[in-house]
Structure formats: structure tokens, C-alpha cells
Design a protein around this ligand. Structure first.
Ligand code: HEC
Ligand code: HEC
Length: 336
């Protein structure tokens, strides 16, 4: 049964074909493979993954017809070599329009409860609509886009196969979200250590982990995902150049609060923070060591720390153990 669910993407060979994997680049079982210490794969009951859906999502993710000037796709700002973020402080949209936030890295999306920098978007299916209308991202009307893409015979065929309906906005949002849920990253040295390989972390990384706990980093960057998914003000600025979660709540206590990002794959996703204002992890540690800028909403767990250079390199060794090169390698193969 599992073998039949293992529909082969690309070759569309029947599930009984003996050498289907020889020609097919990706199998569904490979795509949703994740390590044993991850909780069960989460997908909405009304949008289960299937092979045609994944392929449609993959193609849509890389389709520049999404943008007004046909120059930008999701993958222009979410690139595999940057752990599905980009390398700019703030992303550039269609026609080179500068945005105002740093592109988020995308991984382990299936287990995330809230999306965007202030966590205001409850599902991946609805998130897809966010970049569309934004003038500094795609600047394109959903209905215009859908009408254009529905004429693509390849999309039409995949849509019928995946959803048993013609290509429309429902199909577009569901396929992209289902694709994004397969951006799974869990093969870092830290993961190997969690799975019981005591040699996976160096002495320095282990000391760094101890510091990470003692300095209360882990109280926000917590658990398997290295985030509590909650909003905090870490005192990046004294004033609030970006209102953060206040945009959603209009509560002044939320000014300058942003969702805690995961600390996985930081080697790939520089620059850091919601606006990409810190270029290196050293600069991030400088920020924390200084105890922030003293924003009125600053969380008390951000306080001045005396960080010796040995402690600094231990912390960096721990953060480096959170990088998963296999994720970058795997997703690079997904670029059409
Ligand atoms: C012009 C650059 C750009 C394009 C194009 C773009 N994004 Fe993004 N993406 C961003 C930025 C910037 C953020 C952070 C936005 C914020 O939080 O305000 C983001 C955030 C996200 C998030 C939230 C991640 C999280 O952890 O909260 C998802 C999911 C996402 N994008 C998926 C997509 C998809 C799917 C597409 C194509 C339909 C797309 N993006 C197109 C720049 C872009
Ligand atoms: C009060 C909660 C909290 C504490 C404590 C905390 N962080 Fe953060 N951290 C955050 C939030 C929220 C952000 C995102 C801020 C932004 O986008 O401007 C962040 C951002 C980061 C980033 C940048 C990640 C990225 O992708 O941009 C790093 C690295 C980081 N923290 C490391 C640490 C370390 C190391 C410590 C301990 C010294 C620590 N954090 C303590 C909440 C916290």
C-alpha cells in the first residue's frame, strides 16, 4: 500500500514499475522523510500531499509569471543556497522594488503555527496571498494571475491529477502550501546528537549549549525548532522603525515585537533580524552582549552579558552545529 502511495514524481511511472526510481528524480516518501525525533508530519486534513500536487507546487514556486514584470518568483527571494531565504538585508520585488523586511528562511513549515515576522498569518495556504498584492513583491492581482496560469496546459493536467478540478486560486494556494511543507530540515549535528550520537557535538559546541541555556537564549529559542513562535522585543532599536506585532494588535505593548526565528541553518540565511540589519553572527552576539538598546518594550531576558572570547566561540560553535547542509543540497535539486 505504502509503495502505491509512493507515486513517482517526474516519470509518472505506475507504482508497480520495477525501476521507476531510476528515471524519477523525487519520490513522495523521500520528500516527507524526516528524522525520528521530529513529531508526526502535520498537514491540514483538506490539503494532503500527493505527487502531482507537489510537482505543481514546485513549478509554481519558481514561476516568474507571478510578478507584474514577469521577473520575480517565490524562489527569487527564497533560494535553496540561503536555506530558502535570500542574502539581501531587505528583499527586492518586481522591477527591483525594495521591500522593508528580510526574507524569512523557509524550513520545517509543517510544524509552524504562525507565519511572517510578527506571526500574523495562521496558515501556509493563506500566506501565499500575502506577497501577491504587495507592490514591493509581486504587485499582481490574484484573479489576473489565475486566469493567465489556467491557460498553461501542463498546470491544467497537474491540477486535474492533484485536485480533480481545473486550475484556480484554490489549487494555486493549496499546491504551494503542500510543496512548502516538504521543506524539512533535521540533519544537523545537533539533530544527530539529539538522536543519541554523543560524538556529534564538539566539546566547544557542548559548552556553547550550556551557555545558551544559562544566558536564557533557550527560553525564547526553545525546543526542537529553536523557537517558541512567540513575539518579543529584543531591543534591536531604542525606537521602533518597524511597529512589528503592533501592526496586528494596535496595542503599544506590542511595538517592536517580532516572532522568535529558528536558529537552524544560520550559516546560510545571513543577514539577520527582521530587517537584515545585522550581517554576521558576531554582530548578533554583540547586540545580546550589550543587552540591547533599551527599548521600552524590551524583554528583561535581554541584558548585558560579559562574554569572554572563549565563550563567544563556544556559542558560535553551538550555533554552527544547527546547520544542515543536506537541506541546502536537497532543495537545490528541486529548482526546475
Ligand atoms: C520580493 C521577495 C519575496 C517574494 C517574491 C516572496 N517572498 Fe516570501 N517572504 C519575503 C519576506 C520579506 C518575508 C517576511 C515578511 C514579513 O514577515 O513581513 C517572507 C515570508 C514568507 C513566509 C513566512 C515564513 C515564516 O517563517 O514566517 C512564507 C511561508 C513565504 N514567505 C512564502 C512565500 C511564497 C510561497 C512566495 C511565492 C508565492 C513568496 N514567499 C514570495 C519575501 C518574499
Ligand atoms: C526574549 C526572547 C529572546 C531571547 C532571550 C533571545 N532571543 Fe534571539 N531572537 C529573538 C527574537 C524575537 C529575534 C528576532 C528579532 C528580529 O527579527 O528583529 C531573535 C533573533 C536572533 C538571531 C537572528 C536570527 C535570524 O534568523 O535573524 C540570533 C542568531 C539569535 N536571536 C540568537 C540568540 C542568542 C545567542 C541568545 C542568547 C544570548 C538569544 N538569541 C536570546 C528572541 C530572543
Amino acid at each position: 500500500m505504502a509503495a502505491c502511495l509512493l507515486a513517482i514524481i517526474g516519470g509518472w511511472a505506475s507504482c508497480s514499475a520495477p525501476n521507476a526510481n531510476d528515471t524519477a528524480p523525487f519520490s513522495l516518501s523521500e520528500l516527507v522523510e524526516f528524522p525520528a525525533h521530529f513529531p508526526a508530519f502535520e498537514e491540514p486534513a483538506d490539503n494532503p500531499l500527493n505527487a502531482a500536487k507537489w510537482e505543481l507546487g514546485r513549478l509554481l514556486f519558481h514561476d516568474t509569471r507571478f510578478s507584474a514584470a514577469n521577473d520575480v518568483s517565490c524562489a527569487s527571494c527564497h533560494l535553496s543556497q540561503f536555506a530558502m531565504a535570500d542574502s539581501l538585508a531587505v528583499s527586492r520585488g518586481t522591477g527591483g522594488a525594495p521591500g522593508f523586511r528580510n526574507a524569512s528562511a523557509l524550513f520545517n513549515m509543517a510544524w509552524q503555527p504562525r507565519f511572517h515576522r510578527e506571526g500574523g498569518i495562521p496558515s501556509l495556504e493563506t500566506q501565499v496571498l500575502a506577497p501577491l498584492q504587495e507592490p514591493h513583491e509581486f504587485d499582481k492581482d490574484l484573479m489576473t494571475l489565475v486566469a493567465e496560469l489556467a491557460k498553461d496546459t501542463g498546470y491544467h493536467a497537474l491540477s486535474e491529477e492533484a485536485f480533480a478540478r481545473p486550475f484556480d486560486a484554490y489549487v494555486l494556494t493549496r499546491a504551494l502550501a503542500a510543496f512548502e511543507r516538504t521543506l524539512i530540515s533535521g540533519e544537523s549535528a545537533y539533530d544527530r546528537w539529539l538522536l543519541g550520537d554523543s560524538s556529534a557535538l564538539s566539546e566547544s559546541a557542548l559548552r556553547g549549549q550550556g551557555l545558551f541555556d544559562n544566558l536564557q537564549c533557550q527560553s525564547c529559542h526553545s525546543g526542537l525548532w529553536l523557537t517558541d513562535f512567540a513575539n518579543h522585543n529584543i531591543g534591536l532599536y531604542r525606537d521602533n522603525p518597524d511597529p512589528g506585532a503592533y501592526r496586528l494588535t494596535l496595542d503599544s505593548a506590542d511595538l517592536g515585537k517580532f516572532k522568535t526565528p529558528s536558529l537552524r541553518n544560520l550559516a546560510f540565511s545571513a543577514p539577520y533580524m527582521f530587517d537584515g540589519s545585522l550581517s554576521t553572527l558576531d554582530e548578533v552576539l554583540d547586540h545580546y552582549a550589550k543587552g540591547g538598546m533599551g527599548n521600552p518594550n524590551q524583554d528583561p531576558r535581554v541584558f548585558p552579558i560579559d562574554l569572554t572570547s572563549a565563550e563567544r566561540s563556544d556559542l558560535l560553535a553551538f550555533l554552527a552545529a544547527l546547520n544542515d547542509t543536506s537541506f541546502v543540497v536537497r532543495t537545490a535539486r528541486w529548482v526546475p
